[in-house]
Design a protein around this ligand. Structure first.
Ligand code: HEM
Length: 429
């Protein structure tokens, strides 16, 4: 019997020749590149980039089939790993005992939100009564402080330990793999030197926190999982569990909060209702800003042959290929009016009206199906709390002259702004 080659797709969809992904070839705009391929080849096509083969799908049935793929046959975990390993040192993936998926047990979110209140108080103290701050630097610092208070152990969200961890996590940031994919060749060429140094720093700071128990609930769980081990295995194990959790939290939350602030500053009438305490409206605003800022490539790496139906054709996809879709290409165009910021289109965390969509799965902020974000309720609560607090404390005035642009090479996660995004603030009287 003839062997089916690795990556084979049968029948073979159109191949988007001359199109590559930003890890492998320089591109001006990674999303525009895939949009160009779609304009030429339709809703299903193949991109071959570097050693990888991607089956992109954008039709209603294709996207529904994508979200229905079983993890043991077409894996999100493997696709994420293959992306993140371009940036993160190998050892961080080895032998983890507490994973980001276990962050949201009963009671956990409440304790993270208390830490957010502390982070907001520290932010007000740092900002003082008036000044200018970069929106995304501000939201990133808030997210670092809340996250490290929630899972990094006592003392890690304040003072020198906090500042050391911020510098180290900014260097280690796994999101660079998809925010700055064009920088990954240099990361590989350096042998991940900066990342190894950052992980060593994180291990030292969090290792000290292990000795400072008692701890927060989550940190206590992480430490307990390593209790039987001798030092320094225990310290490194705890620190790397925390590191992977914090890196997962850094993928989207801080930037989504940044866009929510930007959009509310741009819409003073909605802002007034949020400041007056309309919490449901704040949630809708957070969802709407996140939807519009989505730049996620969603991938599933095929582990065992799957039959993939895009509505016109069923393809047999062999192990090694990745089935993918790209949220920015459907989120704003799958129906009329989706390019506009209209928070009222959301009813709780669903679109109020999906009648104009060929499939509800074509639009999303937090994903669909079994892999949809486990952190969604927490993230929405955190964003709403933070925007309500900041807008209630300060009059905010846009220092940008035109709406901020995403980093053009970015292909994954929520958009990062390409360049400074200054915000003038003054305490409300
Ligand atoms: C506004 C903030 C966030 C957005 C927009 C967001 C978005 C998403 C999306 C779109 C997915 C589905 C990906 C796919 O199907 O391939 C996802 C999954 C996931 N997210 Fe989030 N996320 C956010 C915050 C967070 C935070 C703070 C964490 C905590 C560490 C987190 C942890 C996860 C995990 C563990 C999954 C995988 C779930 C699974 O495979 O079962 N997310 N997220």
């Amino acid at each position: 019997m003839p062997l089916v080659p690795r990556n084979a797709i049968s029948p073979m969809p159109p191949l988007a020749e001359g199109i590559g992904l930003p890890w492998d070839v320089p591109v001006d705009d990674a999303v525009a590149e895939i949009a160009r391929a779609r304009a030429v080849h339709g809703d299903t096509f193949v991109v071959e980039s570097g050693r990888d083969r991607y089956l992109f799908t954008f039709s209603a049935t294709g996207v529904e089939s994508f979200y229905a793929l079983a993890e043991d046959k077409a894996s999100k975990g493997v696709a994420d790993y293959l992306m993140l390993r371009r940036k993160l040192p190998d050892e961080i993936f080895d032998g983890r005992r507490t994973l980001p998926g276990s962050l949201f047990r009963k009671g956990d979110v409440a304790s993270y939100l208390v830490n957010l209140e502390h982070a907001l108080a520290a932010t007000r103290a740092e900002l003082g009564p008036s000044g200018t701050v970069d929106v995304f630097a501000l939201t990133r610092r808030i997210a670092h402080r809340m996250g490290l208070a929630s899972w990094a152990g006592p003392g890690c969200a304040d003072g020198e330990s906090f500042e050391r961890l911020v510098v180290a996590f900014d260097a280690l940031d796994g999101a660079d793999a998809f925010v700055h994919p064009d920088a990954m060749a240099a990361v590989a060429a350096s042998g991940k030197a900066a990342e190894h140094a950052a992980l060593a720093e994180i291990t030292e700071v969090i290792g000290e926190a292990v000795d400072r128990r008692p701890a927060t609930d989550l940190f206590a769980r992480i430490v307990a999982a390593w209790d039987p081990e001798p030092d320094p295995v225990r310290r490194a194990g705890v620190a790397w569990d925390v590191a992977l959790i914090h890196i997962a939290s850094m993928s989207n939350l801080a930037s989504a909060l940044g866009w929510a602030l930007v959009d509310l500053v741009e819409h003073p009438e909605v802002q007034a209702a949020v400041v007056a305490g309309d919490r449901e409206l704040a949630d809708r605003c957070a969802l709407e800003s996140t939807r519009l800022a989505q730049r996620s490539i969603m991938g599933r790496t095929v582990l065992a042959e799957v039959a993939f139906d895009d509505g016109d054709q069923t393809y047999l996809v062999s192990p090694g290929a990745t089935i993918a879709t790209l949220l920015p290409l459907t989120n704003t165009t799958a129906g009329p009016g989706l390019a506009e910021w209209r928070p009222e289109r959301w009813n709780r965390s669903r679109l109020a009206d999906t009648s104009m969509l060929a499939s509800p799965t074509l639009v999303t902020a937090f994903g669909h199906g079994k892999h949809s974000c486990t952190a969604q309720p927490f993230s929405l609560a955190a964003m709403s709390t933070a925007v309500t607090d900041l807008l209630g404390t300060y009059e905010l005035r846009a220092g940008w002259t035109s709406y901020p642009r995403p980093v053009p090479a970015q292909i994954g996660g929520v958009a990062r702004a390409d360049g400074p995004c200054p915000l003038d603030y003054a305490t409300r009287h």
